[in-house]
Design a protein around this ligand. Structure first.
Ligand code: AMP
Length: 308
């Protein structure tokens, strides 16, 4: 099948207790596309960069079978820039700078050859732009998934609620689920959010794994305890990319297959945090990923023996 990702392709500057980077490659769309490429060999991207964005990174995406026809390069303009600083526990961070630059007037133009795409991943972006993409696709994809963040809840909650009405799956973290629903219990939050539109909901809990909700069904994926978390930036996007890449490559949106997709996404995200930015993701092989997936399987696998 084919997967279309819409998301930021950007520069980031990151500060963690382990060190600091200058401008490095980041962006939700970048992480999603790299992660999905481990599974899906037919990917498309709709994004925008300035003429300051390195050709080498675009080549890296093309070499991973990402069709860049929908990537706009704005001459004389600057790419999106985000800077964040992590606290000592690495579970929370402060956004220091968000320079929208090319994203400020981003018009997500869908190339004709992208029409008919089966899976759509809307990375963290202005909710209005996310909705526009769904409206511009002539055929409804088999699954429309989206990510968002507190930034949009703070400044564009009404738009966000409109966009939620047109998606099938929302992928957010626990803090965002609580903010969006106004509920402290994640079980209650999951119901309230699914009443806003998406039939499926994934709540990521950082190092504690992730929850999947659909109807009365629920699945809990573990988090792999890692000795060192170097930089969590992009872990959520990597998770979403691995999840959607797995689903589209298997062309199966059953609940059981979504469980497998969550493990695929979790395994990739666990690699992502081991180095700054996208570095680790671009270094690992399919064999490394296979080993990590097996670690996740072993972590959650047990046989219950009991007498009552
Ligand atoms: P995550 O750590 O998964 O939340 O994703 C971090 C990535 O999201 C970084 O690479 C940023 O470039 C990107 N990002 C941060 N804020 C925004 C925003 N407001 N719109 C689009 N992308 C963003």
């Amino acid at each position: 099948m084919s997967l279309l990702t819409v998301g930021s392709v950007a520069f980031d500057a990151i500060e963690t207790p382990f060190g600091k980077t200058d401008k490095i490659i980041g962006g939700a769309g970048t992480y999603i596309a790299i992660a999905a490429s481990f599974f899906e060999k037919d990917q498309k991207i709709v994004a925008v960069v300035g003429d300051d964005f390195p050709q080498s990174m675009l080549d890296l995406l093309s070499n991973r079978n990402v069709d860049l026809t929908g990537l706009q390069i704005k001459i004389g303009e600057k790419s999106f820039f985000w800077s964040g600083k992590y606290h000592n526990d690495m579970n929370s961070r402060d956004t220091l700078i968000t320079e929208l630059n090319v994203l400020e007037h981003f018009d997500p133009i869908i190339p004709e050859k992208y029409q008919g795409v089966e899976f759509l991943m809307l990375g963290n972006l202005t909710p209005q732009v996310q909705k526009l993409v769904v409206e511009r696709l002539e055929t409804r994809p088999k699954l429309v998934a989206m990510d968002t963040m507190n930034f949009w809840m703070d400044i564009a909650m009404d738009d966000l609620k409109e966009t939620l009405k047109v998606v099938d799956l929302l992928i957010i973290n626990d803090e965002e689920a609580r903010q969006l629903s106004g509920e402290n219990s994640l079980a209650k939050a999951s119901k309230a959010i699914r009443n806003m539109g998406p039939k499926y909901l994934i709540i990521k809990k950082g190092e504690h794994g992730a929850l999947l909700f659909h109807g009365d069904q629920m699945f809990s994926a573990p988090g792999l305890p890692l000795e060192e978390v170097f930089d969590p930036t992009g872990a959520g996007d990597t998770f979403a990319g691995g999840f959607m890449g797995y689903l589209s490559s298997t062309n199966d949106i059953s609940f059981d297959n979504m469980k497998r997709a969550i493990i695929a996404g979790s395994a990739l995200a666990s690699y992502c945090v081991e180095k700054f930015g996208t570095e680790k993701l671009t270094q690992i092989s399919q064999q490394d990923l296979d080993q990590r997936i097996q670690q996740f399987v072993a972590l959650a696998n047990f046989e219950m023996i009991y007498q009552l």
